[in-house]
Design a protein. Structure first.
Length: 242
């Protein structure tokens, strides 16, 4: 069993930097960057370059999302089994953390989509659709079809796996770093794929990353982090005694 060690974590920076970035996105919404990138991925005569891609839709979107969902189900099953299986009891708190962080990260998306009504690029007149563009904090043009594109749901499936970094950072720090790189890379690939399909602007996915980081960080502070080595030693002793 790995030795449990508390690695100091600077919550001040981990929380304040994302919040400052969010404030910056609200004050200086990157309209030009969003539209500019979308134009690079759009061909006037055929639409977004990834709109008809089997790989982007069936593999990178549908199948990959199902794999992440299956992982979440396994985490839930592991947490439940930790109440009856001796070998899983030492992982109960960490499994519970993963379930909570993944659950909040992904469950937050749909209500925010409904609340904000932001249109997808593929729905806008400039990109062959019928709707008018509006910024995040701007009033929505009257329409019978409100948008459901902010934040990015598919990106969240990848970025939410940052929970693995926090779950492992105090017991397997090297593996935790690998998990962090994997989650950010996967979320970025998911984000790019949906941008190529015209489903999201760049800032939609950036918001998703920031939301998921904050959620994973706050849940870590609530459930797993220990501010002193004495707490870590107490937990280790308790684990060995079981």
């Amino acid at each position: 069993m790995s030795t449990l060690t508390v690695h100091p974590f600077n919550f001040k920076y981990a929380l304040s930097i994302p919040l400052l970035l969010m404030a910056g996105l609200l004050i200086f919404e990157p309209h030009a960057l969003d539209l500019g990138l979308a134009r690079l991925m759009y061909e006037p005569n055929s639409g977004f370059i990834g709109a008809k891609s089997f790989f982007l839709e069936d593999v990178l979107h549908d199948r990959a999302k199902q794999v992440v969902i299956a992982f979440g189900v396994l985490a839930i099953a592991g947490f439940v089994l930790s109440f009856v299986a001796q070998r899983l009891r030492v992982w109960r708190r960490r499994l519970g953390y993963v379930v909570l962080a993944l659950g909040i990260s992904t469950a937050l998306v749909t209500p925010l989509k409904t609340l904000t009504g932001v249109q997808c690029p593929w729905s806008l007149q400039e990109f062959g659709g019928q709707e008018l563009y509006s910024g995040l904090l701007e009033a929505r043009p009257v329409t019978a079809n409100p948008g459901r594109c902010w934040p990015g749901g598919h990106a969240s499936a990848g970025f939410s796996l940052m929970a693995l970094f926090f779950a492992l950072r105090d017991i397997k720090p090297r593996t935790a770093k690998v998990c962090l790189v994997f989650a950010i890379t996967l979320g970025s690939i998911f984000s790019l794929g949906r941008m190529l399909q015209g489903a999201h602007f760049f800032s939609h996915n950036l918001w998703t990353f920031l939301f998921d980081w904050l959620i994973c960080t706050l849940c870590y502070g609530l459930l797993l982090y220990r501010s002193s080595s004495s707490c870590a030693k107490s937990e280790l002793i308790a684990q060995v005694a079981r």
